[in-house]
Design a binder for this molecule. Structure first.
Ligand SMILES: [Zn+2]
Length: 366
C-alpha cells in the first residue's frame, strides 16, 4: 500500500479526498504500450495516459483500481468519451490511465470515476480496517494480509501463540462488535504525518506497522478504534460501511483466512439463492412426500427450501461440520440462521432450533 505523498512532479492525487469523483485535468504524457493487429479497430491499441491531477485510484495495497471515463471536448463542442480500463502507478509514482484511444499531450480533459465501484471499494476497504482492528482487540489476532476481490474480500490472521483455531463464538463476537461500531457511525479522518511523528505513534502502539519509506505518511484514523498508515480510499464514517458479514474461515499457510463482505455485497449475499435449493435439486433423486408431516418438518429446518416443483424438502447432506472449508470439496455450504448459533453448517443446522433460514454458498475454487 503506497502510504507516502508524492512529489509535485507526479499527478496531484484527488482520491485522497474521497468525495471527488469528477474533475478536470491536462494530459501530461501519453505512450502506446500495446498493438494487437488482429483485434477490432476500437480495441487494437492500448495507450497509457498521465494527467497533472487525477481522481482515479491506481491498483495497490490490496485494493483494485478505479475505472471510468476520460472526456475530451473539441472546439466544435463534440465530445469524445474514452473508457479508462485500468489505472496503475509506476515505481516513480506516476499514475497511468489505460485507454484504447490516443489523445494529444496538453489536451484538457474531464475525468469521471465510476461511483458505484468506488463506493463498493471504500466499503470493503474501510470494513477491512474495522474488522482487523476488532480481531486484534477482541482475539489478539493480527492481520498479516488483505485481498479485496470482485465478489468478496479476505484477511489472513496470525493467532496469538498457543491458539490453534478461532471458535464460532469468537467469530460471532467479532462480527457483532464490528457491526455495532458501524452503527455508532464513527468518523474516519485522514492525516499527513511526518516520519518522526509516525515513529512516535508506532512506539506508543497507535500504529501497528510503518512502511520503510521516508514519508510523510497518510494516516487513516477510525475515531476511537485505530490509526492505520494507508493510501487507499475510504468511507467518511463507519456508518457508510453499511454492514459486515463473515462468510467463511479456513486454514492457510500464513494463518487463518477470513472471508467477508461489506455494504451492498452483504445484502446481495444474504439475498442470493440458497445453495440448499441447488443441493436438493442436484442430489435428491426422489421428490419428498407431500404429507403434512414432511411439510412441517421442512418448514422448521434451517436448510429447508423449495424445490422447482414447489415441494418443500430438507437438506440431508452436510459437507462440513464446521466453518473450515472441507478439503477436496468443490463447494462448501454454510447456513446462517439469524439466531444463535449464528454460523453453522447444514449438518448442525439440522439439529438447531427452528429459525428462518438464510444460506450462503461459497465456491472453494478447488
Ligand atoms: Zn488500508
Amino acid at each position: 500500500m503506497p502510504t507516502e505523498t508524492r512529489s509535485s512532479t507526479t499527478a496531484e492525487r484527488l482520491y485522497y479526498d474521497s468525495p471527488i469523483l469528477e474533475f478536470t485535468a491536462h494530459i501530461t504524457d501519453i505512450h502506446l504500450v500495446a498493438k494487437e493487429p488482429n483485434a477490432p479497430a476500437d480495441s487494437a491499441q492500448l495507450w497509457q495516459i498521465a494527467l497533472d491531477r487525477t481522481a482515479f485510484y491506481p491498483e495497490g495495497g490490496g485494493q483494485p483500481c478505479d475505472i471510468g471515463l476520460l472526456i475530451a471536448t473539441a472546439p466544435s463542442g463534440t465530445t469524445l468519451e474514452i473508457p479508462v480500463e485500468r489505472v496503475e502507478e509506476d515505481e516513480a509514482g506516476e499514475v497511468w490511465h489505460y485507454v484504447r484511444k490516443p489523445l494529444t499531450s496538453g489536451t484538457s480533459i474531464s475525468g469521471a470515476v465510476d461511483p458505484d465501484r468506488r463506493t463498493d471499494h471504500e466499503q470493503q476497504h474501510s470494513g477491512q480496517h474495522l474488522l482487523s482492528a476488532v480481531f486484534l482487540r477482541e482475539l489478539n489476532a493480527r492481520t498479516v494480509s488483505f485481498h479485496l476481490g470482485a465478489d468478496s474480500s479476505t484477511i489472513d490472521l496470525a493467532l496469538p501463540e498457543g491458539t490453534d483455531r478461532i471458535s464460532d463464538d469468537g467469530l460471532r463476537h467479532v462480527e457483532e462488535s464490528a457491526n455495532r461500531i458501524i452503527y455508532e457511525n464513527r468518523p474516519l479522518i485522514t492525516h499527513l504525518v511526518e516520519r518522526p511523528l509516525a515513529e512516535q505513534m508506532l512506539a506508543r502502539g497507535d500504529l501497528r506497522k510503518l512502511p520503510p519509506l521516508e514519508g510523510p505518511f497518510r494516516i487513516v484514523q477510525m475515531q476511537g478504534i485505530e490509526f492505520n498508515a494507508c493510501g487507499g480510499t475510504h468511507v467518511r464514517s463507519t456508518g457508510e460501511i453499511g454492514s459486515i458479514l463473515l462468510r467463511r474461515v479456513e486454514k492457510v499457510r500464513s494463518g487463518w483466512r477470513i472471508e467477508f463482505v461489506c455494504g451492498l455485497r452483504a445484502i446481495r449475499s444474504a439475498r442470493a439463492p440458497t445453495p440448499c435449493a441447488d443441493s436438493v435439486r442436484s442430489r435428491a433423486p426422489r421428490p419428498a412426500k407431500r404429507s403434512i408431516t414432511s411439510r412441517t418438518r421442512a418448514s422448521s429446518s434451517p436448510c429447508a427450501t423449495s424445490s422447482p416443483s414447489g415441494t418443500r424438502r430438507r437438506v440431508s447432506r452436510a459437507p462440513s461440520p464446521s466453518w473450515t472449508r472441507p478439503r477436496k470439496t468443490r463447494r462448501a455450504i454454510f447456513c446462517c440462521s439469524r439466531s444463535s448459533p449464528s454460523w453453522i453448517s447444514c449438518a448442525r443446522a439440522a439439529s438447531a432450533p427452528p429459525t428462518p433460514p438464510s444460506c450462503l454458498s461459497v465456491s472453494t475454487g478447488a
